[in-house]
Design a protein around this ligand. Structure first.
Ligand code: 13P
Ligand code: SF4
Length: 365
């Protein structure tokens, strides 16, 4: 039986805990970042020094998502920046006094930073890094959908353009979606949800709210396969299964923990299990290994029969972020996020509503 856990907290099932093997000897994670040869390491160190200097000179702070390259995550941590999920990236960038925010992630993350901080310079490490959810929700078509359902409260996932956010009553991230929809449902509100159909249907199942779903999906999470995951669970009976709710319902139903990237990392650290099957982007393994050294992390199956990728569990747009791209952006000062002021003024309202709501919640995510 599946254990569905709210996105913003996790509670291991007793079944999962009883399968734990915390006393098992530590094994290396299955997913290992490649070691660099000595010469490349020296070049890399020099490059990192140059980037660190530019960050200081430009009064800039690096905010990175968990799916980005491990070297960028380490650099963010070492330079007083932050590595986080979408909600925490927005919070951190908003609160930080730096004049420039450098966002390692995808476009909507940079746009959210700019919407909240119009007075700051916001740079994207990779300006062409989009998101399939954002792409699947063009503002005009979405506007028409909203116009057709004026009786519904419009809740949009953060993975959307500034123009789509400008049409919303609420913006949510995966860390806060259940809480916000629960809150609206308690007030008797009917919801229009966009763009992720899988996250939307998960929130619907957990909250029981009346939700009309836009039919977008994440190209990474959609590929996880329930049937293959069930086989993998049989081969790793002691492993806990961690799933991001952008995955299809069949995959979610096999999870021990369902939640945002932060929730999944916390589960890796705090659950007694020595082994985890993880159904989200494999960039997360960098922080998981840091948080839970010695534990084993296995990618949930995503390729399926006949797939040409060994693992499809890596976002092609997150993968565009690199130290080279970061150095280029800091040297040239291009890749700056610009948002029309009328759109920004509208979009900031539902984002700020989410941040105010999140601030009033106990910090369990
Ligand atoms: P999180 O907010 O959980 O980090 O998710 C963002 C995302 O894009 C997942 O694919
Ligand atoms: Fe978008 Fe999916 Fe990439 Fe996240 S992993 S940024 S939802 S395409």
């Amino acid at each position: 039986m599946a254990v569905i856990v709210p996105l913003n907290c996790f509670a291991p099932s007793t079944r999962a805990a009883s399968r734990s093997s915390a006393s098992a000897p530590p094994k290396p994670g299955k997913f290992m970042e490649p070691a660099l040869p000595f010469a490349a390491l020296t070049d890399r160190t020099a490059q990192i020094d140059r980037i660190k200097r530019m960050l200081v000179e430009q009064d800039a702070v690096l905010v990175a998502h968990y799916y980005t390259d491990g070297a960028l995550q380490t650099l963010a941590d070492e330079t007083g920046g932050h590595v986080a999920d979408s909600l925490e990236m927005a919070r951190f960038g908003h609160a930080h006094p730096a004049r420039t925010l450098v966002v390692a992630g995808v476009r909507f993350m940079g746009e959210t930073a700019k919407i909240l901080n119009p007075e700051k310079r916001v740079l994207l490490v990779e300006k062409d890094a989009t998101c399939s959810l954002d792409d699947a929700c063009p503002p005009e078509a979405f506007g028409a959908f909203c116009d057709a359902h004026p009786d519904r409260t419009v809740v949009v996932y953060a993975n959307t353009s500034a123009a789509v956010k400008a049409r919303a009553d609420w913006v949510v991230t995966s860390a806060i979606a259940v809480k916000v929809v629960e809150h609206l449902h308690r007030q008797g509100k009917k919801i229009l949800w966009a763009p992720d159909k899988h996250l939307g249907s998960y929130v619907q199942r957990v909250t029981g709210a009346d939700m009309l779903l836009w039919q977008g999906s994440c190209v990474v999470h959609e590929r996880f396969k329930a049937e293959l995951l069930a086989d993998m669970k049989q081969r790793h009976p002691a492993a806990a299964v961690l799933v991001h709710p952008e995955a299809p319902a069949g995959v979610v139903s096999l999870a021990d923990v369902v939640g945002s990237t932060t929730t999944l990392i916390r589960a890796a650290r705090e659950l007694p299990h020595a082994e985890f099957i993880v159904a989200t982007d494999n960039g997360i393994f960098h922080k998981m290994r840091e948080a839970a050294p010695g534990k084993v992390f296995i990618e949930a199956p995503s390729g399926g029969v006949g797939a040409t990728c060994a693992s499809c569990a890596h976002c092609p747009w997150m993968a565009m972020n690199s130290l080279d791209a970061l150095e280029r952006v800091l040297s040239r000062g291009d890749s700056e996020v610009v948002i029309d002021e009328t759109v920004r003024r509208r979009a900031v309202v539902p984002i700020q509503r989410m941040l105010d709501f999140a601030a009033a919640q106990p910090r369990t995510y």
